[in-house]
Design a protein around this ligand. Sequence first.
Ligand code: TGC
Ligand code: FAD
Length: 392
Amino acid sequence: MYQDRFQYHDYYLVEELLTDEHQLIRETVRAFVKKEVTPIIEDYAQRAEFPKQLLKGLAEVGAFGPYIPVEYGGQGLDQISYGIIMQELERGDSGIRSTASVQSSLVMYPIYTFGSEEQRQKYLPKLATGEFMGAFGLTEPNHGSDPGSMVSHFKDMGDHYLLNGSKMWISNAPFCDIAVVWAKDETGVVRGLIVERGMQGFSTPETHGKWSLRASATGELVFDNVRVPKENLLPNVKGLKGPLSCLNSARYGIAWGALGAALDCYDTALRYAGERIQFGKPIASFQLQQKKLAEMITEITKAQLLVWRLGTLKNENRANPAQISMAKRNNVALALEVARDARQILGGMGITGEYPIMRHMMNLESVVTYEGTHDIHLLITGLDITGINAFV
Ligand code: TGC
Ligand code: FAD
């Protein structure tokens, strides 16, 4: 069985920026990942199956809604705690972090922030324990980067809404109990609806054939004249800023999460380079391999400081969406670079499932695209600094 020998290389003593509570959270989630995730994840990824048995443990370590107040089943933790949890989970696998990101930032966050008191009480405690699993439907087959052009829509039928349309590329869709779905009302305004499994006309076909995030379940959300009770409309937000606010939270978590994957690749490559002998010496003694390792830890360290600062701003309600875009874009891109270099350091072994690197690398190809592509985040920064919109 694969042995998780991960050791944290804290090059700039970033640990010292964390409170005792943060460190305890990190240890708890790291121990969970070492014991429950890494021993099985390769097998599940190879089989393209989500390990559902992890849901209970994920809830127990506080991965579902860590910053949601305790009265609604969350942990009432700060934003740095949320980031640390995402980092540790993604060291295990981006797909496991995805499940926790979606549940926390894309399902619990909108219900908490935009939901009625009845909706909060009905759904949040069950989402926190994993009794209910959620999905988030924004992307459509013909509208990805441009969600404002979505065509999913609903009509007011007097005593209920009638929802039609479809969503694509939806994490957790195949097994979700509820979905927070963004669709246009009769006046063309984007609104959020809570759609429950079992509602007639609602189906969630699974997407097969992915080379990335294989241990995460992805699917469609199809709405064929679904009767949605009126009390399932999120009352407190109108317009695209509703779903985009959820993305701010999820993108922030991903900026931390990608670091977890990068740390795992770096740790694996560093150890391998010390153990693998070629030309009578460990390959770590060759300058070309040292260059790769030195650049990896340099970029990881810069990225750690970036998310720590962003988390501090977020705790103070001072982080703006463009700052979050910068961190998501930077950290995912660096994680992908680290994974690619780490794979080279392992030579042929780098392409096997005996080591986690190729799996992380393939996963990160989704992470660099979802929650806003690498290019879209660059354009968000461009707009922010120049005031000129280059999207259209
Ligand atoms: P635009 O006209 O700029 O804005 C429309 C309204 O939204 C407001 N807004 C935001 N509000 C909060 N947070 C943000 N980040 C916001 N960005 C914009 C804006 O102020 C405006 O408000 P108002 O009151 O004036 O109406 O919108 P646009 O149509 O030009 O699009 C802008 C763009 C391209 C940046 C945006 O749509 C975008 O970010 N596109 C990328 C789409 C995306 O990220 N999709 C992600 C889908 S979910 C997912 O991938 C989950 S993966 C989960 C996992 O498995 O981990
Ligand atoms: P497109 O928007 O078609 O973009 C294609 C290319 O064109 C990209 O390189 C993009 O950067 C570029 N491009 C687009 N517009 C511009 C422009 N104006 N200027 C320059 N370049 C541009 N969505 C959800 O709603 N919920 C989920 O749970 C979810 N989970 C996902 C899970 C996985 C595994 C994946 C792969 C995706 C998931 N998504 C989810 C969808 C994801 O958010 C979209 O794939 C992403 O937003 C990009 O949309 P698209 O794939 O349609 O690409």
